[in-house]
Design a protein around this ligand. Structure first.
Ligand SMILES: NC(=O)c1ccc[n+]([C@@H]2O[C@H](COP(=O)([O-])OP(=O)(O)OC[C@H]3O[C@@H](n4cnc5c(N)ncnc54)[C@H](OP(=O)(O)O)[C@@H]3O)[C@@H](O)[C@H]2O)c1
Length: 430
């Protein structure tokens, strides 16, 4: 086989090293599947002096990523530098030069996906990003291609490994959030600055990408309603467990009456739901479609080799298309659908209140809920005296009504503090 596809690799950190390792280890099989040998000819890094222990000659490394994109001996660009500005400039330039791009950059795709897809279309080349959502798990291709003939109605995902690890430890050990986060940081499962993960930003980027593909529309990361896990307490987890739920950070995208709703938040999920058993740092995506019914995709959402696997899969696709001089399917000519505001969400809620332990308190709390058309499904008191707490589960209510109800509870003399409000997604799976 004398045909060669020459790859320019932008970044050679955790994921880039995984890509290089797979391309080297599986070289013969990949060549047979692709119809050409896949050769890394240029690699951009910040520090060219580090010995990365990879099967690459020293002369392929450069600290000039644009030179990699523009090099004559680069046919296909793999972007694993990360971040938005530089990566965006490099990806746009590659597409403009008619070079296909494979990227793992969820942040870039979630913020500029439609514009970059348009640039790819204009350049007549592929832009592939399977690795950008849930690492090794194939979910982009199933949504874009395998399910293109069906109507997807809802996608629910555990899209962030760090938060799933933290919530798993809290659930199984009864530990407090802050303690588990410190442990996860010491073990390298959480970043020194964990905001992107624990605040739900990372999951929101992935949910935006999923929603855009699932519902043939444009959803940017900023359109996603987002709440992180920072406020989830050991008490919330214990109450959830007693009621038959686990708490998971879910990305939920659904289409209702031609409107798209996308949200990421900690959620009470029935223990019997298939996603409830997804433990530790694993990711999973649960898809509901009209004809196909329910599908579940499960696996490692991060790590150099798992993410590298998704990237190399894309590289093969893109390389084949390059050989045939025919780019793969472009995104459909979607139309922008209206985004349903979070206030119009209808779901059940769990509410935990610190209350005065006095006669009449329960009646006043119940009246406040009733005044805001939020009906109570279950209520009971925990503790007494200074530690009296009311736990309430509502029937399905409108989020906007629930919020004004919470404001009224906070102003009520019967309530010392509204400690927790979490959404209960029993209708995710009935
Ligand atoms: N890590 C995962 O498990 C995972 C999973 C899914 C998706 N992703 C995505 O994959 C991308 C890469 O993640 P990563 O974990 O591999 O990051 P990383 O380990 O920090 O690697 C980044 C690489 O880019 C290079 N780089 C950064 N800025 C540069 C610049 N200005 N010029 C030249 N080279 C530059 C770095 O060079 P030096 O090595 O010299 O510093 C490094 O090799 C991100 O978009 C991330 O969101 C990661």
């Amino acid at each position: 086989m004398d045909r060669v596809i020459r790859i320019g690799l932008l970044g050679c950190g955790t994921v880039g090293a995984g890509v290089v390792t797979i391309l080297d280890r599986e070289a013969d099989d990949l060549a047979a599947r692709t119809g050409a040998r896949l050769q890394v000819t240029r690699v951009a890094v910040r520090d060219t002096t580090i010995d990365r222990g990879l099967p690459l000659p020293a002369e392929v490394f450069t600290d000039d990523p644009m030179a990699v994109v523009e090099a004559d001996d680069v046919d296909l660009v793999v972007e694993v530098i990360g971040g938005r500005d530089l990566a965006g400039t490099l990806v746009r330039r590659a597409l403009e030069l008619g070079k296909p791009v494979v990227t793992a950059n969820k942040e870039l795709i979630a913020h500029e996906g439609p514009e970059l897809a348009e640039a790819a279309r204009a350049g007549g080349v592929d832009l592939a990003y399977e690795a950008a959502v849930a690492g090794a798990i194939p979910i982009i291709k199933p949504l874009k291609e395998s399910l293109a003939g069906d109507r997807v109605t809802r996608v629910v995902g555990i899209l962030n490994g760090t938060t799933n690890y933290i919530l798993t430890r809290m659930t199984e050990e009864g530990a407090a959030y802050a303690d588990v986060l410190s442990e996860a940081q010491a073990l390298g499962f959480a970043e020194a600055d964990p905001t992107s993960d624990v605040g739900g930003h990372d999951a929101a980027s992935k949910a935006a990408i999923i929603a855009s593909l699932a519902f043939d529309t444009t959803v940017h990361a900023a359109d996603v309603f987002r709440e992180g896990i920072e406020q989830v307490s050991a008490t919330d987890i214990e109450v959830a467990s007693r009621l038959g739920y686990v708490i998971k950070l879910l990305g939920i995208a659904s289409e209702i009456d031609d409107e798209v709703a996308v949200r990421v938040h900690p959620t009470f999920l029935p223990k019997a739901h298939p996603l409830a058993g997804v433990r530790e740092s694993f990711n999973a995506v649960y898809v509901e479609a009209e004809a196909a019914g329910e599908l579940m995709f499960y696996g490692r959402g991060a790590g150099g080799m798992p993410t590298g696997s998704a990237i190399v899969g894309d590289v093969i696709d893109v390389a084949r298309n390059l050989l045939q001089q025919a780019p793969g399917p472009f995104p459909s000519s979607h139309r922008r659908k209206r985004l349903r505001p979070i206030e119009d969400l209808q779901t059940q809620y769990y509410v935990l209140l610190d209350v005065e332990d006095e006669p009449g308190v329960l009646a006043e709390v119940a009246r406040t809920f009733g005044d805001h058309t939020v009906s109570i499904a279950q209520v009971w008191q925990e503790g007494s005296g200074d530690t009296a707490q009311l736990v309430l589960i509502t029937h399905r209510a409108r989020e906007g009504d629930l919020r004004t109800c919470v404001d009224a509870l906070e102003a009520s003399s019967a309530v010392r503090k509204v400690t927790s409000v979490l959404r209960v997604e029993s209708e995710v799976w009935e």
